[in-house]
Design a protein around this ligand. Sequence first.
Ligand code: RNT
Ligand code: ZN
Length: 411
Amino acid sequence: MTEYEHARQAYAAYGVDTEAAISELKDIPVSIHCWQGDDVVGLDGGGAASGGIQTTGNYPYRARNFEELKADIKKAFSLMPGKKRLNLHASYAVGAKVDRDEYKSEHFADWVKFAKELGLDGIDFNPTMFSHKNVKDGLTLSSPDETIRKFWIKHCIACLKIAEYFADEFKNQCTVNIWIPDGFKDVPADRLFPRIRLKNSLDEILSSGYNKSKVIVAVESKVFGIGVESYTVGSNEFYQNYAAKNNICCLLDNGHYHPLEYVSDKIPALLAFYDTVALHVTRGVRWDSDHVVLFEDELKEIAKEIVRNGATQKVKIALDYFDASINRLSAWVTGQRAMQKALLNALLINHKELAELQDKADFTALMVRQEEYKTLPFGAVWKEYLKRQGLEEEYLSAIREYETQVSKERV
Ligand code: RNT
Ligand code: ZN
């Protein structure tokens, strides 16, 4: 008996069909961020990430231009199993001679061509409201300066149009995620009016007449950023209420809450009210540090909440991390595979049986059962999934080879 056949039987004893799990996993889209490849620098001259986020590390060979970024994405994506989407920031516009408020679909046509060549499921999009001269005194959509606020409103509206173009090209919905860095380092004198201005800005953006069947608009809250420790305009309560009242989507980034708040618990809370929930899967170490996603307990819980609630298509999974201290392709692949592992792990659980134990209040059996799952032969099923995706567990040698043959030229 092969390792996989043995595993298949072991799971069958729990009422779990490994074949069904493998088949479902390959159809769950995961949106992969382009910004791990270049430390969130972008292609439009904005420069290193600012606005409370920071990429740390000095590993060499960062992609310095469109061609290098595409080559790195192509290589990294070739080592990732499953259904992949590309998540772009507006700052990755190609050859734009205009400012961000005038970006058009033509500035992203080369990305569409590239994503089609790779056979990706689609493209998701993000207005880039950081690393730009119009982030005035740390503020964008909540700025008291009307010229600044209008500039960013125009940018977001431009992004919605570009998102419609992506949706048309791939014949599926494009998620547009709005995150702003706005906030204050120290105790503010006014916490309300920046939020009222943000609300007005969002109202203007949403009333631009974008196509709701093509574009999902999400808003991403945050508790604090580096240099923005005392007050964040786009807080959790602000955006959840805004999203609920305006019928848009909340995006939960698991680096954006107090360390004892869990996104795995927030997902079902939102699923009780929303058709769509968006995620930025990351790994915060002590703060929103955006470490590479790993196959850890909280990631496993996040995946369980998606799978057991039948929400694999409702929850828009996107990755969001950037590590410049290790090989960037390896960072990409390790994080994407960790997400896939967590989803597979969740698909290999008999959730119905566990829920019944909970409802019967048999917490003794529930605990014992949940512990048993932890030592089932997960690795054999994972390897079988990879094999069927034309991949192996080992990917580092391919990355090392690419490093010596391609990346080493970048000095
Ligand atoms: C920042 C947010 C945001 C960014 C990306 C680059 O804290 O998580 O999503 O990481 O847009
Ligand atoms: Zn995020």
